[in-house]
Design a protein around this ligand. Structure first.
Ligand SMILES: Cc1ncc(COP(=O)(O)O)c(C=O)c1O
Length: 439
């Protein structure tokens, strides 16, 4: 578990080490102190790691000055995280009224926001237009129709992208592949002429300015990005030749992978940027196109490595000759990824240990599902009840996917800044749990 690479290539946040008390610390902040003060389970985000990755994104894409960075909010949306990313110039890819509301709650305008999703409701689209969203990435014919009606009712011309499925399959988990033909997302290329004819001839309150694609998540290959840019630009050329309009924006989505365990080997953001930019430059030249504005919308790679989850170890069960389970005070409700798609994680005991006694154990959650296993067969140093367990790389798709399964309260989230932990999401209360119940 070394920390010598770019952020998404490390398992741990930057500046993670055992301090002179023998406890794990991140950026000078002792994790056992955080666990004591804020209780467990606890999400912890390290601001320095987050900003380092965000700045690496900016540097990596600075070779293509027409790049606009959006954060894919679905990975982790809280008001404080949104504010940090807004302050360093990121816009947002949102997929629901709740994500939009969170931005507005954080005082963020929607002029750098793209609204995406395969079944946006009328209420959501109206809310987005009322708050002057920059553009909508339209996913299907039904949405084209209702969006045009909504824009017309508000006397607006709404900028749109069309979300396309470029027909690229990347080698990631089936549930997180989105760019292949058999996908619930977007127009496939055979539908494009019909869509554009409708926009040009009937839907006068929509202004088509770009194409949007996203080929999947936790991607370790670089070639797929080269192909994605080529396919999107070839479609722009085809549209130019057929309809005499040159779209000026492309959004190539997110997807860069991260290192959850030592088996993962993602490229750096610099490698991805180089492949994408080279492909855009060479294809624009070949197809005689103006260089478009490039949107990218990373989620996982921006926030995941900055986050860890802290748990307290409780019960244990040893099945002789088979395995030893240790159970923690959280699990599938605060991190559904292992039970949903067999996601794998790395972890360490965060408190000092008087001896070095490595043991292979399986970390079980506390929820009433046999599948609620956080990590199968991991080596930990003599795990005991009362120990604090630190699970790495939980900054993305954990809090945002969390639930109240078994009526368990959602954990708090703390941001490490200047060596201290600052509460950015409070732990849910029992009162909040029942506040919407009607008897
Ligand atoms: C359209 C779109 N953009 C961006 C992302 C972010 O992907 P990732 O978190 O892998 O970077 C997703 C995630 O599924 C997505 O669906």
């Amino acid at each position: 578990m070394s920390n010598n690479n770019f952020v998404n290539q490390n398992i741990k946040p930057l500046n993670t080490k055992f301090n002179n008390k023998g406890n794990l610390e991140i950026s000078g902040c002792d994790l056992t102190d955080l666990a004591k003060e804020f209780k467990t389970p606890l999400y912890v985000m390290d601001k320095e790691t987050l900003l380092t990755m965000a700045n690496d994104y900016k540097k990596a894409f600075s070779a293509y000055p027409k790049t606009k960075m959006l954060f894919a909010s679905k990975a982790l949306m809280t008001s404080a995280i949104a504010k940090i990313l807004d302050e360093i110039g990121f816009g947002f890819d949102v997929v629901s009224i709740g994500e939009i509301y969170t931005l507005i709650n954080a005082g963020i305008k929607l002029d750098k926001v793209s609204f995406n999703g395969n079944n946006k409701s009328i209420e959501e689209l109206e809310y987005a237009l009322d708050n002057d969203i920059d553009h909508i990435s339209v996913d299907n014919f039904y949405e084209l129709k209702i969006l045009n009606e909504i824009a017309k009712g508000k006397n607006k011309i709404q900028k749109i992208h069309l979300r396309i499925t470029p027909g690229i399959e990347c080698h990631t988990h089936e549930y997180i592949q989105t760019g292949q033909l058999d996908s619930k997302f977007g127009f496939d290329l055979s539908m494009m002429n019909d869509a554009i004819e409708l926009i040009l001839n009937e839907y006068k309150n929509l202004k088509l300015i770009g194409l949007h694609a996203h080929i999947g998540s936790q991607i370790f290959e670089t070639e797929v990005y080269k192909d994605e840019a080529k396919i999107v630009l070839e479609e722009i050329k085809r549209i130019k030749d057929k309809f005499n309009i040159e779209l000026s924006e492309i959004n190539l989505g997110g997807g860069l992978g991260i290192t959850y365990t030592s088996n993962d080997n993602p490229p750096s953001v610099y490698e991805i940027a180089e492949v994408l930019i080279n492909s855009i430059n060479s294809n624009c030249e070949r197809l005689n196109l103006e260089k478009p504005t490039l949107y990218i919308e990373p989620g996982r790679s921006l926030v995941c490595s900055a986050g860890v989850s802290l748990y307290t170890i409780g019960s244990e069960k040893t099945i002789k000759g088979i395995r030893k389970y240790i159970a923690v005070d959280g699990g599938m409700a605060d991190n559904p990824r292992p039970s949903m798609y067999q996601a794998q994680y790395s972890a360490q005991i965060a408190n000092a240990k008087s001896e070095n006694k490595p043991e292979i154990v399986t970390i079980a959650g506390k929820f009433c599902e046999s599948g609620d296993i956080l990590i199968k067969d991991i080596e930990l140093n003599s795990p005991q009840s009362g120990d604090i367990l630190c699970v790495y790389d939980t900054g993305a798709y954990c809090y945002s996917m969390s639930s109240n399964y078994n009526r368990v309260l959602k954990p708090a989230m703390v941001l490490i800044e200047d060596g201290k932990g600052k509460l950015i999401v409070k732990r849910q209360t029992l009162e909040q749990l029942v506040q919407n119940d009607v008897i």
